[in-house]
Design a binder for this molecule. Structure first.
Ligand SMILES: NC(=O)c1ccc[n+]([C@@H]2O[C@H](COP(=O)([O-])OP(=O)(O)OC[C@H]3O[C@@H](n4cnc5c(N)ncnc54)[C@H](OP(=O)(O)O)[C@@H]3O)[C@@H](O)[C@H]2O)c1
Length: 357
């Protein structure tokens, strides 16, 4: 049997370190603790974590702004990578010593963990642990939003908001592989230069989210000779939403997967800012969508975590479409998790923020 080992046969160090928050509300409540970890149960794999990928959802969860957050105390973290050090009963797909990337429905900010075998994938050859930890959430998000939901295909004109972010970069890679025509939107000028260099995109199709956005979007569409966007892929929401939604072509799909503009960059949520954005949020009219022949889709990838049996095929399709390792930005030690989260929250990072164990 593939390296199968009963937990009792293997001398697992039974303690681990993890970042836990007792009650959502502020990043300052994160505490580094040590605890015992049980051996892997039926269908589980024990992973010694080497690198952890940070996500915006980790911050939203700690601030109490993420609907899927567990009640009470919890350990943040949706993905990591490491080495299999034991397998529980019934696991035949992994063996001790395998290098794996892992999706976790919370619990990823830990030096060791037990995870269901369906939530693990072998790390592609030549990738580092940091690259593997950076891949699953952002790449799956890009694939899920653009392919099954957005139905992006060859020649489709696709607007990608925050295109220099992790999901955005994966989206651009996926669109290049599909032969679609992207229009990239970014919040800072330096990201524009980066995208033109990295993807060879024409300057007209890489635009700043500033006061001239409406004009820039029209210029991008004119450059591509397109009447409107076939797909918009957006996690910013807010004011830019209306401009992009109004420029959807007939049969266009607006795929919304976040609301970054609601968030400030402070350590605590700003209730006034949130209320202001919430009350002013765009509410497109379904009846108008019928007349204009276009629509809005929205998703939270964590829903897919519950569909465990679908994850292997989803990850397979994602790796086929986006086979390149992701870009790594900031790398910090495990003990520096709160500082790394604040850097991510600032919106100034390019590439994935990683913790090394
Ligand atoms: N629904 C889901 O399942 C799902 C899954 C993954 C991610 N997401 C969401 O997708 C978004 C991007 O995620 P990511 O992993 O690509 O993150 P990332 O690599 O850190 O990129 C985030 C980008 O969002 C933009 N942004 C706009 N307003 C912001 C604000 N107020 N604060 C911080 N950043 C802001 C910034 O780019 P620009 O200024 O250039 O726009 C920033 O670089 C996040 O909002 C995240 O919550 C949703």
């Amino acid at each position: 049997m593939l390296g199968r080992m009963q937990p009792k046969d293997h001398a697992l160090p039974d303690s681990r370190r993890l970042w836990r928050i007792d009650r959502a509300g502020s990043l300052a409540r994160l505490a580094l603790i040590e605890e015992r970890l049980a051996p892997p149960a039926d269908g589980e794999v024990h992973v010694e974590v080497r690198a952890i990928g940070l996500n915006f959802a980790d911050i939203f969860a700690c601030l109490g702004l993420y609907s899927a957050t567990p009640q009470g105390a919890f350990v943040p973290g949706l993905e990591c990578a490491g080495v299999v050090t034991a397998v529980g009963p019934g696991v035949t797909t992994f063996r001790i010593g395998d290098r794996v990337m892992v999706l976790t429905r919370f619990g990823g900010y830990a030096t060791r963990l037990n995870a269901r075998a369906e939530t693990l994938w072998p790390i592609p050859a030549g990738w580092s642990f940091a690259q593997a930890a950076a891949y699953p959430v952002q790449a799956l998000t890009a694939w899920y939003g653009l392919v099954p939901l957005g139905a992006a295909r060859r020649d489709a004109v696709v607007l990608v908001q925050s295109a220099a972010g992790g999901v955005g970069l994966n989206a651009l890679r996926a669109l290049q592989a599909l032969g679609a025509r992207p229009v990239a939107v970014v919040g800072r000028a330096e990201k524009r230069e980066f995208l033109m260099r990295e993807f060879g995109l024409p300057p007209e199709t890489v635009v700043l989210r500033d006061a001239a956005l409406a004009k820039s979007l029209d210029a991008a569409l004119a450059h591509l000779g397109a009447p409107g966007f076939d797909v918009v892929f957006d996690a910013v929401y807010g004011d830019a939403f209306r401009l992009a939604f109004d420029r959807l072509a007939p049969e266009g799909r607006y795929v919304l997967y976040g609301a970054a503009e609601f968030m400030g960059t402070g350590r605590r949520p700003n209730p006034l800012r949130l209320a202001w954005h919430y009350l002013r949020r765009p509410r497109p009219d379904p009846l108008a969508m019928i007349s204009a022949n276009r629509g809005l889709l929205a998703f939270n990838l964590i829903w897919l975590w519950g569909e465990v049996q679908r994850l292997p095929a989803a990850m397979h399709a994602t790796l086929e479409l986006i086979p390149d390792p992701p870009l790594i930005g900031l790398e910090r030690a495990f003990d520096d998790a709160p500082a790394a989260m604040r850097a991510l929250q600032s919106g100034a990072t390019t590439g994935k923020v990683i913790l090394h164990c």
